[in-house]
Design a protein around this ligand. Structure first.
Ligand code: FMN
Length: 174
């Protein structure tokens, strides 16, 4: 099994999402390809700059593990630049008369969310989980989520959030 691990946190070794993506990849086992979007950032999308290698790497992986810290209520711009390379009409989705159709299908996507506060799914400030769910659904994938929310509330809240996320990882790797 090939695992593509994507990290987008700017916080290096202190990053919650990097800790979670490492743990998920470890527990799943398999060959891991690691793309660090902070060490090696992608540029903003341009008409010419499509980076087909980024899409090929995604398509070649069986499982994709995505670290998604919440920055200003949504994904880091580093992660957005990566997502921008995945939505390619005719390859990963198609617009049909009856509506859009995802063409990717048979892949496992596991998203590791981290946020300082806690956001219910219907919170109007929540554009991280909801956005990533909609994005991968659009490609034909139902993503799974590991969530460490509220890590900035207090040291205890951080420990509790990491504990919950650890249990979620054990369950999805079982
Ligand atoms: C630039 C920046 C913006 C942030 N914006 C939010 C935010 O909008 N809502 C929130 O709950 N936490 C926010 N936080 C806190 C992070 O979500 C939290 O520190 C989380 O652990 C980030 O994931 P990481 O540890 O993998 O970097 C922000 C942190 C940074 C550095």
């Amino acid at each position: 099994m090939t695992i593509l691990r994507i990290d987008s946190s700017i916080s290096g070794a202190d990053s919650v999402s990097r800790h979670l993506t490492a743990d998920i990849a470890d527990q799943l086992g398999g060959e891991v390809v690691h793309r660090d979007l902070v060490a090696n950032p992608l540029t903003h999308l341009t008409e010419r700059g499509q980076n087909p290698d980024v899409l090929a790497e995604f398509m070649a992986a069986d499982t994709i593990v995505v670290g998604a810290p919440m920055y200003n209520f949504t994904v880091p711009s580093q992660l957005k630049a990566w997502l921008d390379r995945l939505a390619v009409a005719g390859t990963t989705f198609a617009y049909l008369p009856e509506g859009p159709k995802g063409l990717v299908g048979d892949k496992r996507v596991i998203v590791a969310l981290a946020s300082g506060g806690v956001y219910a799914d219907d919170n109007p400030f929540e554009h991280n989980k909801s956005y990533l769910k909609a994005f991968f659904n659009f490609l034909g994938i139902e993503p799974e989520f590991v969530e460490a929310l509220g890590v900035a509330i207090s040291p205890d809240a951080r420990t509790e959030a990491l504990g919950k996320a650890g249990s979620q990882i054990e369950r999805l790797a079982a």
